[in-house]
Write a protein that binds this ligand. Structure first.
Ligand SMILES: Nc1ncnc2c1ncn2[C@@H]1O[C@H](COP(=O)(O)OP(=O)(O)O)[C@@H](O)[C@H]1O
Ligand SMILES: [Mg+2]
Length: 396
Protein backbone atom coordinates (compact mmCIF):
# COMPACT_ATOMS: atom_id res chain seq x y z
CA UNK A 1 0.00 0.00 0.00
CA UNK A 2 1.09 3.51 -0.79
CA UNK A 3 1.56 5.26 2.48
CA UNK A 4 3.73 8.05 3.86
CA UNK A 5 4.95 8.21 7.39
CA UNK A 6 7.73 10.79 7.05
CA UNK A 7 6.68 14.20 8.36
CA UNK A 8 7.77 16.00 5.21
CA UNK A 9 8.32 14.60 1.75
CA UNK A 10 10.75 16.66 -0.29
CA UNK A 11 9.11 18.06 -3.45
CA UNK A 12 10.79 18.38 -6.85
CA UNK A 13 9.56 21.95 -7.36
CA UNK A 14 12.30 24.52 -6.80
CA UNK A 15 11.73 27.95 -5.33
CA UNK A 16 12.43 30.70 -7.87
CA UNK A 17 14.60 33.70 -7.04
CA UNK A 18 11.83 36.14 -7.93
CA UNK A 19 8.18 36.67 -6.98
CA UNK A 20 5.87 33.91 -8.15
CA UNK A 21 2.34 32.58 -8.20
CA UNK A 22 1.82 29.03 -7.01
CA UNK A 23 -1.36 27.40 -8.23
CA UNK A 24 -2.65 23.86 -7.98
CA UNK A 25 -5.69 21.92 -6.87
CA UNK A 26 -6.57 21.94 -3.19
CA UNK A 27 -4.58 19.52 -1.06
CA UNK A 28 -1.63 19.02 -3.40
CA UNK A 29 0.74 20.41 -0.75
CA UNK A 30 1.17 24.04 -1.75
CA UNK A 31 0.99 25.57 1.73
CA UNK A 32 3.16 22.82 3.20
CA UNK A 33 5.78 23.34 0.50
CA UNK A 34 5.80 27.12 1.01
CA UNK A 35 6.29 26.79 4.77
CA UNK A 36 9.13 24.38 4.17
CA UNK A 37 10.75 26.24 1.33
CA UNK A 38 10.47 29.76 2.72
CA UNK A 39 10.76 29.21 6.47
CA UNK A 40 11.82 32.80 7.16
CA UNK A 41 9.10 34.43 5.10
CA UNK A 42 6.31 36.49 6.61
CA UNK A 43 3.45 34.01 6.16
CA UNK A 44 0.01 35.56 5.74
CA UNK A 45 -2.80 33.03 5.37
CA UNK A 46 -6.02 34.64 4.20
CA UNK A 47 -8.00 31.70 5.58
CA UNK A 48 -7.35 33.36 8.94
CA UNK A 49 -10.58 35.31 9.28
CA UNK A 50 -9.27 38.27 11.26
CA UNK A 51 -6.41 38.74 8.81
CA UNK A 52 -8.86 38.36 5.95
CA UNK A 53 -11.16 41.03 7.36
CA UNK A 54 -8.35 43.44 8.06
CA UNK A 55 -6.74 43.18 4.64
CA UNK A 56 -9.98 43.16 2.69
CA UNK A 57 -11.07 46.33 4.44
CA UNK A 58 -7.74 48.00 3.96
CA UNK A 59 -5.23 46.43 1.53
CA UNK A 60 -2.66 49.12 2.47
CA UNK A 61 -2.26 47.37 5.84
CA UNK A 62 -0.14 44.84 3.97
CA UNK A 63 2.75 47.31 3.81
CA UNK A 64 2.55 47.99 7.54
CA UNK A 65 2.39 44.27 8.34
CA UNK A 66 5.60 43.67 6.40
CA UNK A 67 7.09 47.00 7.44
CA UNK A 68 9.98 45.55 9.43
CA UNK A 69 11.27 43.39 6.58
CA UNK A 70 14.54 44.14 4.77
CA UNK A 71 15.05 44.48 1.05
CA UNK A 72 14.31 41.29 -0.96
CA UNK A 73 12.64 39.54 2.00
CA UNK A 74 9.89 37.03 1.19
CA UNK A 75 6.21 37.52 1.95
CA UNK A 76 3.85 34.57 1.43
CA UNK A 77 0.20 35.37 0.75
CA UNK A 78 -1.68 32.09 0.96
CA UNK A 79 -5.19 31.77 -0.53
CA UNK A 80 -4.64 35.02 -2.43
CA UNK A 81 -7.82 34.42 -4.49
CA UNK A 82 -9.80 35.47 -1.42
CA UNK A 83 -8.72 39.10 -1.92
CA UNK A 84 -7.81 39.66 -5.58
CA UNK A 85 -7.61 43.40 -4.90
CA UNK A 86 -4.47 42.78 -2.82
CA UNK A 87 -2.55 42.18 -6.02
CA UNK A 88 -2.47 45.89 -6.79
CA UNK A 89 -0.84 46.45 -3.44
CA UNK A 90 1.58 43.58 -4.00
CA UNK A 91 2.49 45.04 -7.37
CA UNK A 92 3.27 48.38 -5.75
CA UNK A 93 5.33 46.80 -2.95
CA UNK A 94 7.42 44.69 -5.32
CA UNK A 95 8.47 47.93 -7.01
CA UNK A 96 8.67 50.32 -4.05
CA UNK A 97 10.00 48.02 -1.31
CA UNK A 98 11.70 45.35 -3.36
CA UNK A 99 10.07 42.58 -1.37
CA UNK A 100 9.50 39.21 -2.99
CA UNK A 101 6.05 37.67 -2.91
CA UNK A 102 4.90 34.08 -3.10
CA UNK A 103 1.22 34.21 -4.03
CA UNK A 104 -0.60 30.97 -3.55
CA UNK A 105 -4.07 29.88 -4.56
CA UNK A 106 -6.04 27.13 -6.19
CA UNK A 107 -6.22 28.79 -9.59
CA UNK A 108 -5.63 31.88 -11.68
CA UNK A 109 -9.29 31.75 -12.70
CA UNK A 110 -10.48 32.90 -9.32
CA UNK A 111 -8.01 35.77 -9.30
CA UNK A 112 -8.96 36.92 -12.76
CA UNK A 113 -12.61 36.78 -11.83
CA UNK A 114 -11.79 39.21 -9.06
CA UNK A 115 -10.42 41.54 -11.73
CA UNK A 116 -6.80 41.05 -10.71
CA UNK A 117 -4.13 41.83 -13.29
CA UNK A 118 -1.77 39.00 -12.25
CA UNK A 119 1.00 41.55 -11.84
CA UNK A 120 1.34 42.20 -15.56
CA UNK A 121 3.91 39.46 -16.01
CA UNK A 122 6.09 40.55 -13.06
CA UNK A 123 5.76 37.17 -11.37
CA UNK A 124 6.27 33.70 -12.80
CA UNK A 125 3.69 30.96 -12.37
CA UNK A 126 4.31 27.55 -10.83
CA UNK A 127 1.86 24.68 -10.59
CA UNK A 128 1.76 22.06 -7.86
CA UNK A 129 0.47 18.56 -8.56
CA UNK A 130 -0.09 15.36 -6.58
CA UNK A 131 3.09 13.56 -5.47
CA UNK A 132 5.37 12.28 -8.19
CA UNK A 133 6.60 8.68 -7.97
CA UNK A 134 10.10 10.14 -7.64
CA UNK A 135 9.12 12.27 -4.65
CA UNK A 136 7.67 9.21 -2.93
CA UNK A 137 10.69 7.03 -3.72
CA UNK A 138 10.58 3.79 -1.71
CA UNK A 139 7.04 4.41 -0.51
CA UNK A 140 5.63 4.65 -4.04
CA UNK A 141 3.38 1.72 -4.85
CA UNK A 142 2.12 1.55 -8.42
CA UNK A 143 -0.93 -0.58 -7.87
CA UNK A 144 -2.34 1.67 -5.17
CA UNK A 145 -1.48 4.78 -7.23
CA UNK A 146 -3.54 3.27 -10.08
CA UNK A 147 -6.46 2.81 -7.73
CA UNK A 148 -6.27 5.86 -5.46
CA UNK A 149 -3.85 8.34 -7.01
CA UNK A 150 -1.22 10.20 -5.03
CA UNK A 151 -2.75 13.18 -3.25
CA UNK A 152 -0.82 13.80 -0.01
CA UNK A 153 -3.86 13.37 2.21
CA UNK A 154 -4.78 10.08 0.56
CA UNK A 155 -1.27 8.78 1.14
CA UNK A 156 -1.30 9.86 4.76
CA UNK A 157 -4.41 7.81 5.38
CA UNK A 158 -4.56 5.08 2.74
CA UNK A 159 -7.08 2.95 4.58
CA UNK A 160 -9.56 5.84 4.33
CA UNK A 161 -8.76 6.67 0.69
CA UNK A 162 -12.30 6.35 -0.61
CA UNK A 163 -13.81 8.60 2.11
CA UNK A 164 -11.09 11.19 1.66
CA UNK A 165 -11.49 11.28 -2.12
CA UNK A 166 -15.27 11.52 -1.88
CA UNK A 167 -15.02 14.43 0.56
CA UNK A 168 -12.30 16.04 -1.55
CA UNK A 169 -14.41 16.12 -4.67
CA UNK A 170 -17.49 17.14 -2.76
CA UNK A 171 -15.74 20.16 -1.22
CA UNK A 172 -14.26 21.13 -4.55
CA UNK A 173 -17.56 20.94 -6.35
CA UNK A 174 -19.44 22.80 -3.66
CA UNK A 175 -16.85 25.55 -3.85
CA UNK A 176 -17.06 25.78 -7.63
CA UNK A 177 -20.84 25.74 -7.55
CA UNK A 178 -20.84 28.57 -5.05
CA UNK A 179 -18.18 30.65 -6.79
CA UNK A 180 -19.40 30.14 -10.31
CA UNK A 181 -23.04 30.74 -9.46
CA UNK A 182 -24.01 27.33 -10.84
CA UNK A 183 -26.66 26.83 -8.20
CA UNK A 184 -29.59 26.66 -10.59
CA UNK A 185 -27.72 24.06 -12.63
CA UNK A 186 -26.57 21.67 -9.95
CA UNK A 187 -28.08 18.47 -11.42
CA UNK A 188 -26.53 18.90 -14.91
CA UNK A 189 -23.21 19.92 -13.35
CA UNK A 190 -23.19 16.81 -11.17
CA UNK A 191 -24.07 14.63 -14.15
CA UNK A 192 -21.31 16.31 -16.08
CA UNK A 193 -18.77 15.57 -13.33
CA UNK A 194 -19.67 11.91 -13.33
CA UNK A 195 -19.54 11.63 -17.12
CA UNK A 196 -16.21 13.46 -17.22
CA UNK A 197 -14.93 11.11 -14.52
CA UNK A 198 -15.94 8.02 -16.44
CA UNK A 199 -14.33 9.46 -19.58
CA UNK A 200 -10.93 9.87 -17.95
CA UNK A 201 -8.29 9.35 -20.63
CA UNK A 202 -10.69 9.26 -23.55
CA UNK A 203 -11.35 11.54 -26.49
CA UNK A 204 -14.04 14.03 -25.64
CA UNK A 205 -16.97 14.72 -27.90
CA UNK A 206 -18.73 17.73 -26.34
CA UNK A 207 -21.90 17.14 -28.32
CA UNK A 208 -22.35 13.62 -26.93
CA UNK A 209 -21.57 14.70 -23.39
CA UNK A 210 -24.07 17.55 -23.64
CA UNK A 211 -26.72 15.04 -24.67
CA UNK A 212 -25.88 12.63 -21.84
CA UNK A 213 -25.71 15.39 -19.23
CA UNK A 214 -28.92 17.00 -20.43
CA UNK A 215 -27.20 20.35 -20.89
CA UNK A 216 -26.52 22.70 -23.77
CA UNK A 217 -23.25 22.31 -25.63
CA UNK A 218 -22.05 25.75 -24.51
CA UNK A 219 -22.83 24.84 -20.91
CA UNK A 220 -20.73 21.69 -21.11
CA UNK A 221 -17.90 23.70 -22.64
CA UNK A 222 -18.07 26.14 -19.74
CA UNK A 223 -18.07 23.24 -17.25
CA UNK A 224 -14.91 21.87 -18.83
CA UNK A 225 -13.36 25.34 -18.68
CA UNK A 226 -14.04 25.45 -14.94
CA UNK A 227 -12.37 22.07 -14.41
CA UNK A 228 -9.38 22.96 -16.56
CA UNK A 229 -8.93 26.47 -15.12
CA UNK A 230 -9.00 25.09 -11.60
CA UNK A 231 -6.33 22.57 -12.68
CA UNK A 232 -8.48 19.55 -11.81
CA UNK A 233 -8.18 18.28 -15.35
CA UNK A 234 -6.26 18.78 -18.56
CA UNK A 235 -7.06 18.49 -22.25
CA UNK A 236 -4.53 16.55 -24.26
CA UNK A 237 -4.82 17.78 -27.84
CA UNK A 238 -4.49 15.56 -30.88
CA UNK A 239 -1.23 16.02 -32.69
CA UNK A 240 -1.12 16.73 -36.39
CA UNK A 241 1.90 15.21 -38.02
CA UNK A 242 1.63 16.83 -41.42
CA UNK A 243 1.42 20.46 -42.42
CA UNK A 244 -1.84 19.81 -44.16
CA UNK A 245 -4.68 20.77 -41.90
CA UNK A 246 -6.92 17.79 -41.74
CA UNK A 247 -9.90 17.56 -39.49
CA UNK A 248 -8.29 17.18 -36.08
CA UNK A 249 -9.31 14.36 -33.76
CA UNK A 250 -11.06 15.38 -30.54
CA UNK A 251 -8.78 16.18 -27.61
CA UNK A 252 -8.57 13.68 -24.76
CA UNK A 253 -9.43 14.65 -21.23
CA UNK A 254 -7.43 13.57 -18.17
CA UNK A 255 -8.09 14.37 -14.52
CA UNK A 256 -4.95 15.45 -12.66
CA UNK A 257 -5.05 12.42 -10.40
CA UNK A 258 -6.46 8.91 -10.95
CA UNK A 259 -8.07 8.89 -7.49
CA UNK A 260 -9.91 12.13 -8.17
CA UNK A 261 -11.04 10.77 -11.56
CA UNK A 262 -12.46 7.72 -9.80
CA UNK A 263 -14.25 9.89 -7.26
CA UNK A 264 -15.70 12.00 -10.08
CA UNK A 265 -16.89 8.89 -11.90
CA UNK A 266 -18.65 7.79 -8.74
CA UNK A 267 -16.76 4.49 -8.71
CA UNK A 268 -14.97 4.69 -5.36
CA UNK A 269 -16.81 1.65 -4.07
CA UNK A 270 -16.60 -0.42 -7.23
CA UNK A 271 -13.50 -2.50 -7.85
CA UNK A 272 -11.41 -1.01 -10.66
CA UNK A 273 -11.24 -3.07 -13.82
CA UNK A 274 -8.33 -3.54 -16.16
CA UNK A 275 -9.48 -0.98 -18.68
CA UNK A 276 -9.89 1.70 -15.99
CA UNK A 277 -6.39 0.85 -14.78
CA UNK A 278 -5.13 1.37 -18.32
CA UNK A 279 -6.48 4.93 -18.29
CA UNK A 280 -5.15 5.41 -14.76
CA UNK A 281 -1.66 4.42 -15.88
CA UNK A 282 -1.88 6.96 -18.72
CA UNK A 283 -3.09 9.54 -16.18
CA UNK A 284 0.00 8.85 -14.07
CA UNK A 285 2.36 9.07 -17.04
CA UNK A 286 0.76 12.37 -18.12
CA UNK A 287 1.03 13.60 -14.53
CA UNK A 288 4.77 12.79 -14.43
CA UNK A 289 5.26 14.52 -17.79
CA UNK A 290 3.54 17.66 -16.47
CA UNK A 291 5.54 17.61 -13.25
CA UNK A 292 8.77 17.27 -15.21
CA UNK A 293 7.72 20.01 -17.64
CA UNK A 294 7.02 22.26 -14.66
CA UNK A 295 10.07 21.48 -12.54
CA UNK A 296 12.50 21.64 -15.47
CA UNK A 297 10.69 24.76 -16.82
CA UNK A 298 10.93 23.11 -20.26
CA UNK A 299 7.20 23.38 -20.91
CA UNK A 300 7.32 21.20 -24.03
CA UNK A 301 3.98 20.74 -25.81
CA UNK A 302 2.36 17.34 -25.18
CA UNK A 303 -0.17 15.70 -27.48
CA UNK A 304 -1.54 12.31 -28.33
CA UNK A 305 -1.52 10.94 -31.87
CA UNK A 306 -4.02 8.98 -33.85
CA UNK A 307 -2.30 7.39 -36.83
CA UNK A 308 -4.03 7.44 -40.21
CA UNK A 309 -4.75 3.76 -39.63
CA UNK A 310 -6.67 4.73 -36.50
CA UNK A 311 -4.23 3.41 -33.92
CA UNK A 312 -3.11 5.67 -31.13
CA UNK A 313 0.18 6.71 -29.60
CA UNK A 314 -0.58 7.90 -26.09
CA UNK A 315 1.86 10.80 -25.80
CA UNK A 316 3.89 12.85 -28.25
CA UNK A 317 6.29 15.33 -26.68
CA UNK A 318 7.47 17.90 -29.16
CA UNK A 319 11.11 18.46 -28.24
CA UNK A 320 11.88 20.89 -31.01
CA UNK A 321 9.38 22.76 -33.10
CA UNK A 322 8.93 22.73 -36.81
CA UNK A 323 10.78 25.60 -38.45
CA UNK A 324 11.04 26.70 -42.06
CA UNK A 325 14.24 24.70 -42.29
CA UNK A 326 13.47 21.56 -40.33
CA UNK A 327 10.85 19.03 -39.41
CA UNK A 328 9.81 18.81 -35.74
CA UNK A 329 11.54 16.45 -33.33
CA UNK A 330 9.41 14.39 -31.00
CA UNK A 331 9.58 11.63 -28.49
CA UNK A 332 6.72 9.15 -28.62
CA UNK A 333 5.40 7.30 -25.58
CA UNK A 334 3.06 4.34 -25.61
CA UNK A 335 1.54 3.20 -22.30
CA UNK A 336 0.25 -0.30 -21.55
CA UNK A 337 -1.23 -1.64 -18.35
CA UNK A 338 0.33 -5.07 -18.77
CA UNK A 339 2.92 -7.01 -16.81
CA UNK A 340 4.38 -8.67 -19.89
CA UNK A 341 5.25 -6.82 -23.06
CA UNK A 342 3.64 -7.82 -26.33
CA UNK A 343 5.72 -6.85 -29.34
CA UNK A 344 2.69 -6.11 -31.50
CA UNK A 345 2.18 -2.99 -29.35
CA UNK A 346 5.27 -1.44 -30.93
CA UNK A 347 3.55 -0.93 -34.29
CA UNK A 348 1.98 2.51 -33.67
CA UNK A 349 5.35 3.79 -32.42
CA UNK A 350 7.11 2.45 -35.50
CA UNK A 351 4.50 3.86 -37.85
CA UNK A 352 5.36 7.40 -36.72
CA UNK A 353 8.91 7.03 -37.95
CA UNK A 354 7.69 5.60 -41.22
CA UNK A 355 5.47 8.62 -41.86
CA UNK A 356 8.70 10.59 -42.30
CA UNK A 357 7.25 13.97 -41.40
CA UNK A 358 8.95 14.10 -38.05
CA UNK A 359 12.21 13.08 -36.49
CA UNK A 360 11.33 10.61 -33.76
CA UNK A 361 14.15 10.96 -31.24
CA UNK A 362 12.95 8.34 -28.75
CA UNK A 363 10.31 5.64 -28.94
CA UNK A 364 9.32 4.63 -25.46
CA UNK A 365 6.88 2.08 -24.18
CA UNK A 366 5.85 2.23 -20.53
CA UNK A 367 4.32 -0.85 -18.95
CA UNK A 368 3.75 -2.40 -15.53
CA UNK A 369 6.26 -5.25 -15.88
CA UNK A 370 9.59 -5.47 -14.09
CA UNK A 371 12.19 -5.63 -16.85
CA UNK A 372 13.49 -3.07 -19.33
CA UNK A 373 14.00 -4.11 -22.98
CA UNK A 374 15.27 -2.65 -26.17
CA UNK A 375 13.56 -3.91 -29.33
CA UNK A 376 15.18 -2.09 -32.28
CA UNK A 377 14.44 1.60 -31.71
CA UNK A 378 11.79 0.91 -29.07
CA UNK A 379 12.73 1.17 -25.39
CA UNK A 380 10.34 -0.76 -23.18
CA UNK A 381 10.44 0.57 -19.61
CA UNK A 382 8.75 -0.30 -16.33
CA UNK A 383 6.81 2.72 -15.00
CA UNK A 384 9.35 3.38 -12.22
CA UNK A 385 12.31 3.28 -14.60
CA UNK A 386 10.50 5.64 -16.97
CA UNK A 387 9.99 8.13 -14.11
CA UNK A 388 13.68 7.93 -13.13
CA UNK A 389 14.89 8.63 -16.66
CA UNK A 390 12.30 11.38 -17.18
CA UNK A 391 13.18 13.28 -14.02
CA UNK A 392 16.92 12.85 -14.61
CA UNK A 393 16.38 14.79 -17.84
CA UNK A 394 17.39 11.80 -19.92
CA UNK A 395 14.28 11.76 -22.15
CA UNK A 396 13.96 15.45 -23.04
N1 LIG B 1 5.51 17.48 1.30
C1 LIG B 1 4.64 16.87 2.11
N2 LIG B 1 5.02 15.84 2.89
C2 LIG B 1 4.15 15.21 3.69
N3 LIG B 1 2.85 15.54 3.78
C3 LIG B 1 2.38 16.56 3.04
C4 LIG B 1 3.26 17.27 2.17
N4 LIG B 1 2.54 18.22 1.55
C5 LIG B 1 1.29 18.11 1.99
N5 LIG B 1 1.18 17.12 2.90
C6 LIG B 1 -0.05 16.70 3.59
O1 LIG B 1 -1.16 17.08 2.81
C7 LIG B 1 -2.01 18.00 3.50
C8 LIG B 1 -2.50 19.08 2.54
O2 LIG B 1 -1.41 19.88 2.16
P1 LIG B 1 -1.52 21.46 2.00
O3 LIG B 1 -0.14 21.99 1.98
O4 LIG B 1 -2.45 22.03 2.99
O5 LIG B 1 -2.17 21.57 0.55
P2 LIG B 1 -2.68 22.85 -0.25
O6 LIG B 1 -2.07 24.05 0.40
O7 LIG B 1 -2.18 22.61 -1.65
O8 LIG B 1 -4.16 22.81 -0.18
C9 LIG B 1 -1.13 18.54 4.63
O9 LIG B 1 -1.89 18.82 5.75
C10 LIG B 1 -0.17 17.40 4.92
O10 LIG B 1 -0.75 16.48 5.80
MG1 LIG C 1 -3.09 25.66 1.21
Amino acid sequence: MNTISKPYIQRLLKCPEVSFFLFGPRGTGKSTWLRHTLPDALFLDLLDSSLYLELSRDPHRLEAMAGHLPDSAWVVLDEIQKIPALLDEVHRLIESRNWRFALCGSSARKLRRGGANLLAGRAITLNMESFSAIELGESFDLSSALEWGSLPMVLRNPERASDILAAYLDTHIREEIRQEGLLRNVPPFMRFISIAGQLNGQAVNIQNIARDAGAARGTVESYFTIIVDTLLGHFLPAWRAGLKVREAAHPKFYWFDPGVARAAAGWLHDPVDRSWEGFSLETLVYHELRVYNEVSRKQRPIHYYRTPAGVEVDFIVETSRRTAASIPHIIAIEVKRADTWNRSWEKPLLSLEAAGKVKVDRQIAVYTGERSYRFGPVEVLPFGRFCELLHKGDLF
